[in-house]
Write a protein that binds this ligand. Structure first.
Ligand code: FEO
Ligand code: CA
Ligand code: CA
Length: 748
């Protein structure tokens, strides 16, 4: 079944597929390696206590030395005070095709799929007939991560600018049926299914990628985007990009388009994002591999064993989710054939076999310099990037970004720059990126059963990553970066329940990451572990069983010595998603109630104005009861579960077998977690940013109506959503603006 088959929902979630075959720690391994650490000592919580405890543990001793050497590396102390209570009443769960927002607040669409971004582009008809070429300057589809940059009257970055700014955001994917007059036009079936209308494909090329649009607040407090701003820009799948860092070599990224491997075309499946201290944007390529066509039966015989191992680990196999490679004839510059990743030519310089290696990176874009070519930063690793979360910035210390690899059973990473931060670089744009993002150390996380964790460097020439690595002989650091997942397998990283967004608490520097969910096949009873401890039956109201970790959780950690470059940490689980009323001992461990129960946390972000933590859901489990939502939370600290923090929970599988595992649970949610907004039907809530004054939130509503059967395109009354335009309109992804009706700061 492909996403383009008729009579089935257009939506196939690529995250649902796991391709991690490694044998990294199961529960048995984790129990076996427990070390005699005093968890109580760690939970007492000061950096000094933690350091003393680390000294006794051989695994972690090296980090105590690192701490001693760099005591001044503590997270930037913040004067920000988090409120003791949230300032709104929770909203109810909802299945309505509308936005429900907390009383006293307003939420309205600002920037919708197809909205024109230049003076000469006509208004969007939204019936599939808008001309393909006009999409080069229209809002893209599937709005995802978003970042606000204030600007002053001269168009320069203004850190405190809260009435005029640039919104830079990702357009992750598409709902193809709503882009064309009668859905997608194809011929053939199965592996022979082909696209026949090149204009439809061109339109799809344009609506992926990134948009930059200027927005302004009027005197009456309302926001609008500026259709003719000189800053407005689209970066999409046709935009030339530079490749930089250790992996950008002919051997790994060389293609017919750029035999030296220094350039590629476009970015695709841009999920979460990040930013830099020099005010550029990092867009993160997530499920890009799914767009490539590579029929293993014809291509495998032409490939080396190493290539086949790499292609399998990254899931480069299939007909391509939008069938872009099937348009015939191809153009002279291979606009369609570039998505064919098979070895069709004599050498890599004659085809696009290496094209998949030019994707799955973090891509740096300078919103203030429309002429600057975006750059893919290979030193930060290659995997299904969810986001890149910048740790607190300290002059004279390295810069650190946390990153999740969003697929079931994948890992959590962090990148630490070699160069120490010099505030003089804050105005250097992509040149600063060359300094900090092309040279650094990439680490992967291992979460131990005793509540500690380690960051293991992925370095060619280390004990486990070298030319003798069993199953994959690494050649150099470029190989390690192109095949980050294989390197992480080799060092025994911890397989997680789909790492999505991360966020750093501006109050205390602790790091949070959503683990959106996992299923019974990929988190079986035999593989529950301390950091991914649940396997249970989350029954839908119609009685359908959903075994595994259907509702997800949020892990958090404190780096040793509060030093983000540290190689050890301690962790606990901040929140477990669950239905209210379920088993409090083994499922609803955070004590969620009607006001705050949720499933599948995905977006995660802290307001720098208030310290409020915002949680967004991308759910398919609890959708029998509610649409996806946005919650606000006031977290405590790692270890705030107190005496109850270390809990043994019992998992039960479909065969009735049980298994116990000890984990570390944060304080109950109580009224410090409240539901703030529920979205329209079949949407995902994702992407959130604010004006520096905290008075405006920009939030993205992605793919309302997504699960509409393709066959329903002819009958508008059968669309799964008509949001935001209402009536019988086709649904549109959109950025919404949220403000408090009294003009105050949001959430408090
Ligand atoms: Fe694009 Fe992992 O959500
Ligand atoms: Ca996401
Ligand atoms: Ca997601």
């Amino acid at each position: 079944m492909t996403a383009l088959d008729n009579n089935v929902p257009a939506h196939v979630d690529p995250d649902d597929v796991s391709i991690n075959p490694s044998n990294n720690p199961s529960m048995a391994d984790v129990i076996a390696e427990r070390v005699a650490l005093s968890r109580r000592g760690l939970l007492m919580g000061t950096a000094a206590t933690a350091a003393l405890t680390f000294v006794g543990a051989p695994l972690l001793a090296r980090d105590a030395a690192a701490q001693a050497a760099a005591p001044a590396a503590a997270a930037a102390a913040s004067s920000l005070k988090r409120p003791v209570q949230l300032g709104f009443r929770p909203v109810a769960k909802s299945l309505a095709d509308t936005l429900s927002v907390a009383e006293g607040y307003s939420a309205s669409p600002l920037f919708r799929l197809g909205d024109p971004m230049a003076a000469n582009i006509p208004a969007y008809k939204n019936d599939g007939t808008d001309a393909a070429a006009t999409y080069a300057m229209r809002a893209g589809d599937h709005h995802d991560a978003i970042q606000y940059y204030g600007i002053d009257a001269n168009g320069r970055y203004a850190a405190a600018g809260s009435t005029r700014g640039l919104l830079v955001q990702n357009h992750e994917a598409i709902t193809p049926m709503f882009l064309h007059p009668n859905g997608v036009t194809t011929t053939g079936t199965g592996a022979d299914q082909k696209r026949t209308v090149a204009d439809e494909v061109m339109k799809e090329y344009y609506v992926h990628g990134v948009s930059i649009v200027e927005v302004e607040k009027a005197a009456n407090g309302g926001w609008s985007y500026k259709q003719d701003s000189r800053f407005n820009r689209r970066v999409h799948t046709l935009t030339p990009m530079a490749l930089s860092g250790p992996a950008a070599t002919p051997a790994y990224t060389g293609t017919k388009f750029s035999p030296q491997g220094t350039q590629t075309r476009g970015t695709v499946n841009n999920c979460a994002s990040g930013y830099t201290p020099w005010n550029t944007y990092l867009t993160c390529e997530e499920n890009s591999m799914g767009y490539f066509r590579r029929v293993a039966a014809t291509d495998d015989p032409k490939r080396t064993d190493k290539e086949k191992r790499s292609l399998a680990r990254y899931g480069v196999a299939g007909t391509g989710r939008e069938l872009w490679a099937t348009v015939a004839p191809d153009t002279a510059d291979n606009l369609y054939g570039r998505w064919n990743a098979e070895a069709t030519g004599a050498t890599a310089a004659a085809d696009f076999r290496n094209a998949p290696n030019t994707y799955l990176w973090n891509v740096e874009i300078d919103p203030f310099n429309p002429d600057a070519m975006p750059k893919k930063r290979t030193a930060m690793g290659r995997f299904a990037h969810e986001g890149a979360v910048l740790a607190p910035v300290v002059p004279g210390r390295p810069l650190v970004w946390y990153q999740g690899d969003d697929s079931r059973g994948e890992y959590i990473y962090k990148y630490v720059s070699t160069a120490n931060w010099d505030p003089a670089d804050a105005t250097r744009g992509l040149a600063a990126g060359d300094k900090y993002l092309d040279n650094g150390k990439l680490y992967v996380a291992k979460f131990n059963a005793d509540g500690t964790g380690e960051w293991i460097e992925l370095r060619f020439g280390s004990d486990k990553i070298n030319a003798n690595t069993p199953g994959y002989a690494f050649a150099d650091q470029g190989d390690v970066l192109v095949n980050t997942r294989l390197a992480a397998d080799a060092v025994g990283a911890t397989k997680m329940d789909r790492p999505e967004w991360g966020a750093v608490d501006p109050v205390n520097g602790q790091v949070y990451m959503t683990l959106t969910n996992n299923n019974a096949a990929l988190r079986p009873l035999t593989a529950v572990d301390a950091a991914n401890p649940r396997h249970y039956n989350d029954k839908r109201v119609n009685g359908t069983n959903q075994f595994g970790n259907a509702n997800g959780h949020i892990i958090r950690w404190q780096e040793a010595g509060d030093n983000h470059a540290s190689t050890t940490m301690r962790w606990d689980i901040y929140l477990f998603g669950a239905r209210a009323g379920t088993d409090p001992q083994n499922v609803n461990l955070s004590g969620l109630a009607a006001e705050n129960d949720f499933s599948s946390p995905d977006g995660l972000w802290f307001s720098n104005a208030t310290g409020v933590c915002w949680i967004q859901t991308d759910d398919g489990a609890y959708t029998d009861v509610t649409n996806c939502m946005l919650l606000a939370a006031l977290p405590g600290t790692v270890g705030d579960g107190g005496a109850q923090a270390r809990r043994t929970i019992t998992s039960t599988n479909a065969d009735g077998q049980t298994r116990e595992v000890a984990t570390y649970v944060g304080a109950p949610a109580g009224d410090k977690v409240r539901r703030f907004l529920v979205g329209p039907a079949m949407c995902e809530i994702t992407g959130i940013t604010e004006t520096p004054d905290g008075k405006t939130l920009f939030v993205n509503i992605q793919h309302p109506g997504e699960d509409t059967p393709v066959a329903n395109i002819a009958d508008a009354s059968k669309f799964g959503s008509h949001w935001p335009d209402g009536g019988m309109a086709r649904p549109r992804s959109a950025t919404i603006v949220i403000t408090k009706n009294d003009g105050g700061v949001v959430g408090v």
